[in-house]
Design a protein around this ligand. Structure first.
Ligand code: HEC
Ligand SMILES: [Cu+2]
Length: 338
């Protein structure tokens, strides 16, 4: 027993120590999530009220009608009380009507599609996310770059099983369903690096199917768009490029454009990334190396083969090449994390 308590306490400590991302819908950074938060609070208020009344009456009745000293046999039995029964039926019905009204109001608010919104096509794959900007003509993977203060409409779908798009600080959840488009619209307000999740059990690495929503000031987004449109993948290491072309090109594009068929994530701006492998680790050249050698060790069930056969030199050259694939002058790592 004592060991269980100690384990629980250390787990709690760990959870608190890891609070670098404030992943909670209780820290809303978009009108969408303010609605979610508003509903959460009302549901909580009613839950606490109902719990208080039920648990309180139970405690009171248990105490009040306990066996008293000198009492013989059963106390007088009560069979029904019409007035009480009407009251405890009508009050919950009223609560349900109030919650229904509030929910309908919020649903109408958040499902309105604003005019002039930025469109992004979101596709879920086991176990990563693809983001295509059809009107701007470029594509990213695992990191959704968005301008602050501009409404966005996501067209969400999946190419294999059902996933669900969720950024606790901004919006969601919204299912990604194969062969179907689901829409989700919201306006991010504050620049930051927001944690995203797949919120629908989708296979052995469902818990490792994360992503980031990188919200940047509008001017910075426009700079990124201009650079992404005219993107020619830089070659930081010629040998690395060769290794890439021989081993990786069949599945990965570095052009930042939508390829005819998508197999793996876009690596065009991988050097600008804050995270790697669908948000499961920070982006560093070391993590890149570990991933390429044996991705399955970091992500069970992954659809990318490992490359343990690459020589250390080839691997280093490859990592230098990948790290050089970026738009200069943009640093997303300094953004606050939510
Ligand atoms: C058979 C197809 C395939 C080949 C070949 C392949 N990959 Fe991958 N790669 C994938 C898939 C699929 C993923 C997504 C894995 C996941 O996160 O579930 C991926 C993920 C990655 C990621 C993480 C992407 C991100 O957005 O964070 C990197 C980096 C990467 N691969 C690099 C490479 C390199 C370098 C090579 C060549 C040495 C290579 N891959 C070869 C299919 C492939
Ligand atoms: Cu998923």
């Amino acid at each position: 027993m004592r060991r269980v308590v100690a384990a629980l306490i250390s787990l709690l400590g760990l959870a608190l120590a890891q609070e670098s991302h404030r992943v909670a819908i209780t820290h809303p950074f978009s009108p969408f999530n303010r609605e979610t938060n508003f509903l959460l609070i009302w549901v909580l208020v009613f839950s606490v009220l109902v719990f208080g009344v039920v648990a309180g009456s139970l405690a009171y009745i248990t105490w009040k009608f306990r066996a008293k000293p000198g009492q013989e046999g059963e106390p007088p039995q009560v069979h029904g009380n019409d007035r009480l029964e009407v009251v405890w039926t009508v009050i919950p019905i009223l609560i349900i009507f109030v919650l229904f009204g509030l929910t309908a109001r919020s649903l109408i608010q958040v499902n309105r599609l604003p005019a002039g919104a930025l469109k992004v096509e979101v596709t879920g794959y086991q176990f990563w996310w693809d983001f295509n900007y059809p009107e701007l003509g470029f594509r990213t993977s695992n990191e959704l770059i968005l301008p602050a203060g501009v409404p966005v409409v996501l067209e969400i779908t999946s190419k294999d099983v059902i996933h669900s798009f969720w950024v606790p600080g901004l919006a969601g959840k919204r299912d990604a369903i194969p062969g179907q488009k689901t829409l989700l619209s919201f306006t991010p307000e504050k620049p930051g690096n927001y944690y995203g999740f797949c919120a629908e059990l989708c296979g052995p690495s469902h818990s490792r199917m994360l992503f980031r929503a990188i919200v940047v000031p509008k001017e910075e987004f426009e700079r990124f768009v201009a650079a992404a449109k005219n993107y020619t993948p830089p070659v930081a290491d010629a040998r690395g490029q060769q290794v890439f072309q021989q081993n990786c090109m069949a599945c990965h594009s570095v052009q930042a454009k939508m390829p005819p068929a998508v197999i793996g994530p876009e690596l065009g701006f991988v050097g600008n990334r804050v995270s790697l492998a669908a948000g499961i680790v920070d982006y560093t050249p070391e993590h890149l190396k570990t991933w390429i050698k044996d991705p399955a060790a970091m992500k069970p069930g992954v659809k990318m083969p490992g490359f343990p056969q690459l020589s250390e030199e080839d691997l280093n050259a490859l990592v230098r090449y990948l790290d050089g694939l970026k738009v200069e002058g943009l640093d997303f790592k300094a953004l606050p994390k939510f």
